[in-house]
Design a binder for this molecule. Structure first.
Ligand SMILES: NC(=O)c1ccc[n+]([C@@H]2O[C@H](COP(=O)([O-])OP(=O)(O)OC[C@H]3O[C@@H](n4cnc5c(N)ncnc54)[C@H](OP(=O)(O)O)[C@@H]3O)[C@@H](O)[C@H]2O)c1
Length: 256
């Protein structure tokens, strides 16, 4: 399969890293060059791919599609936009009649094969192309087919998600420091917590989260004291309000 990524920024380069282990013919088109192991192509060559992943800012998606389709016949390759906007209907309008377009919301963990990527298909995506799309996202983590109206929530949760985990590590580090640990020690422990928890989840993927929590938090014990305090401070509400802010931003940032 011939796969081309247009836009080699923060997400585009992470996607290329994730896909370099596959046996697909990888190419890319970036304003500032492409990674050494990837073939650099022009728009005229990019349109020859089976799948073109558009990884530019929302405001640049329309001009990229215009340049791409200036060089090819319809219906052309399957176009997959990873931008938060535009929606499928608008993408379809920027592509020739009958072109297959899809949207997806990966996160930067695709670089290490760990992005859980929600994707939605436009009406011209064939069943063969849908299988290819599933394989595309499974190759850098795991693909989940959703309705387009679920993508904004998937963006707020998963697209942005790695930053939340890193931010939580910062909070843990700061809390450890305030309780007397050196910053380096505290950060080492905080990073270890998320890596350790991720390793356990990977080892026993079926085990419910509540059981994992119970395994650490004995009734009336130390961990339970922290969790109880977080409950009183409405930790879930704080998390929800953050994601809701991301969700709303998503809805209003079409031109940025
Ligand atoms: N970063 C994430 O974690 C993440 C997660 C989920 C979804 N997304 C989505 O992914 C898209 C890319 O995000 P990003 O964070 O990777 O942005 P970014 O770092 O700004 O990368 C976009 C890249 O595309 C280049 N570009 C713009 N127009 C181009 C053109 N005509 N041809 C070739 N390259 C072009 C940009 O160059 P210039 O800077 O010179 O214009 C830049 O290098 C956005 O739509 C975002 O919503 C990002």
């Amino acid at each position: 399969m011939k796969l081309c990524v247009i836009g080699v920024g923060r997400l585009g380069s992470a996607l290329l890293q994730g896909w370099k282990k596959t046996d697909w013919a990888l190419s890319a088109l970036g304003k500032h060059g492409v990674p050494r192991e990837v073939k650099e192509v022009t728009f005229k060559e990019a349109i020859q791919a089976d799948i073109v992943v558009v990884a530019v800012k929302p405001k640049d998606v329309a001009s990229v599609l215009q340049e791409l389709f200036a060089h090819g016949q319809s219906p052309g390759p399957l176009i997959v936009s990873v931008a938060v906007q535009p929606d499928l209907q608008t993408l379809q309008a920027h592509a020739p009649q009958g072109a297959a377009v899809a949207r997806a919301m990966p996160n930067i963990a695709c670089a290490v094969g760990k992005s859980v990527t929600a994707y939605a298909c436009g009406r011209h995506v064939s069943s063969r192309q849908q299988i290819q799309l599933q394989a595309l996202w499974d190759a850098c983590g795991q693909g989940i087919l959703v309705e387009e109206n679920q993508l904004a929530a998937a963006t707020a949760l998963s697209g942005c998600g790695p930053a939340y985990a890193f931010r939580f590590i910062q909070s843990l580090t700061r809390a450890g420091e305030q309780m007397g640990l050196e910053k380096t020690q505290s950060e080492q422990m905080a990073r270890g917590i998320l890596q350790g928890a991720a390793g356990l989840l990977e080892k026993e993927p079926e085990k419910p989260l509540v059981q994992w929590i119970d395994q650490v938090a004995t009734p009336g014990g130390t961990t339970e004291a922290a969790l109880k305090k977080w409950g009183e401070l409405e930790f879930d509400r704080v998390v929800l309000e953050g994601l809701a802010a991301a969700y709303m931003k998503n809805k209003t940032r079409g031109q940025k």
